[in-house]
Design a protein around this ligand. Structure first.
Ligand SMILES: CC(=O)N[C@H]1[C@@H](OP(=O)(O)OP(=O)(O)OC[C@H]2O[C@@H](n3ccc(=O)[nH]c3=O)[C@H](O)[C@@H]2O)O[C@H](CO)[C@@H](O)[C@@H]1O
Length: 378
């Protein structure tokens, strides 16, 4: 056991989607539990996500999106510069030992300020493809934490600073790992969780109810659905499930999603990085529909490992129809043993140690603890 490190300050900088904020939050709690102090830098959206970072000092920075031609770039440049100055003022008083970026545009000014102030830096890449902001600053940071091994292969020149840790998930998701897969009986309830990531997904509202409606009636009668819907589609989804007589609990956001995950026999979802991390930590089989417009098609890249392991099926959005969904559900849910087998395979892809590994590597980076020999070899 290494000696207890002294308390330091860490700044976490994350764009405002759940995909960036959830792993930042998990790391933040771990650092606080280890006796450190944490400040969060994000945008307006990130500061409003319910139940995250309550009690942690939060700073909203202007963040420019690099898009829209020369006028857009000039506007973005001004916002980033202004954000960088604000971050430097924060660092003057907060004195961070390191600044850790989780991607997204608000991370950019925080990282630029850290470079200017010569504060040690790290980024965490949740996806199987390096995101735009992370790619831009990869050459300058001290560590690149990744969730997928592909990143080191794609960027050989950064290999020495890449650490494969996985995606940090909430403790309540971690606790699901020790629980058995929910009992499945031929006449028992079959529970389905449908989620489109932190912003929801219209295509799931349009296709899933009709797809479930095509399943054999004796199976449909046993089904219970929890579905996260976009607000504009929620009433149509409610009406469709009522017509199909499938009990469905609908919400635009599920703050208790981890409990619902523990409850579910099958998940139908987008392929955001945290969703996949949660499925693999908990060990839940899934049918995934990667978002086709995700930057560099990163959601398609995210599903590869899990699909190859047999823990999920992936359907490209262009082929995601009620008939295709029903077909895949029959294979996964109605063939004896297939679901439990897929659950075990999903679990084999989990990296439940991500948060602790990342916190330890950060402490090592700022010189608080020695690297153990087995870590050096990893
Ligand atoms: C639309 C988009 O660009 N999505 C990107 C965004 O993630 P996005 O936020 O869409 O999706 P993720 O799957 O990564 O994360 C969603 C998180 O929100 C939580 N959740 C979701 C719905 C809900 O009702 N309740 C709830 O708690 C999930 O449990 C999960 O922890 O960043 C990820 C990480 O860079 C990327 O992989 C995604 O492609």
């Amino acid at each position: 056991m290494s000696p207890r490190p002294k308390s330091l300050h860490f700044v976490l900088a994350a764009g405002g989607t759940g995909g960036h904020m959830v792993p930042a939050h998990a790391l933040g709690l771990e650092l606080i539990a280890r006796g450190h102090r944490v400040a969060l830098v994000t945008d307006e959206r990130g500061a409003k996500i319910p139940n995250l970072f309550d009690g942690v000092q939060t700073h909203v920075l202007p963040a420019g999106r690099i898009a829209g031609g020369p006028i857009g770039w000039a506007k973005a440049g001004r916002a980033i510069w202004e954000g960088r100055d604000m971050a430097r003022r924060l660092y003057d008083t907060f004195r961070p030992a390191a600044v850790i970026g989780f991607g997204g545009y608000p991370a950019m000014p925080a990282m630029l300020a850290a470079f200017a102030d010569k504060v040690p830096t790290a980024v965490h890449e949740q996806n199987a493809v390096l995101g735009r902001v992370n790619r831009f600053i990869a050459g300058q940071v001290d560590r690149i934490f990744t969730a997928y091994p592909e990143i080191a292969k794609l960027r050989p020149r950064h290999e020495g600073k890449v650490r494969l840790v996985g995606n940090p998930v909430r403790d309540v998701v971690l606790s699901l790992r020790d629980q058995p897969f929910p009992a499945l009986t031929e006449d028992g309830v079959f529970r389905v969780l449908v989620t489109g990531g932190s912003q929801g997904a219209t295509v799931l509202s349009e296709v899933v109810p009709d797809g479930l409606g095509l399943l054999p009636v004796n199976f449909r009668r046993r089904m219970q659905v929890t579905q996260q819907c976009r607000p504009e589609g929620i009433e149509a989804v409610r009406a469709r499930y009522a017509a199909l007589e499938i009990p469905a609990d609908l919400a635009t956001y599920l703050p208790d999603l981890p409990d619902r995950l523990g409850w579910a026999h099958l998940v139908i979802a987008r392929a955001g990085a945290s969703t996949i991390a949660e499925l693999t930590v908990a060990g839940r089989p899934a049918i995934l529909v990667p978002l086709p417009t995700a930057m560099d098609d990163h959601q398609t890249a995210n599903v590869r490992e899990l699909v190859a392991a047999g823990g999920a099926r992936s359907i490209p959005q262009s082929r995601f129809t009620p008939v295709e969904l029903a077909k895949q559900m029959q294979k996964l849910a109605l063939e004896p043993g297939a679901l439990v087998n897929a659950a075990a395979r999903a679990k084999s892809c989990g990296r439940p140690d991500a948060t602790r590994a990342m916190a330890e590597a950060l402490e090592e980076m700022v010189g608080l603890r020695a690297v153990r020999p087995e870590e050096q070899a990893a």
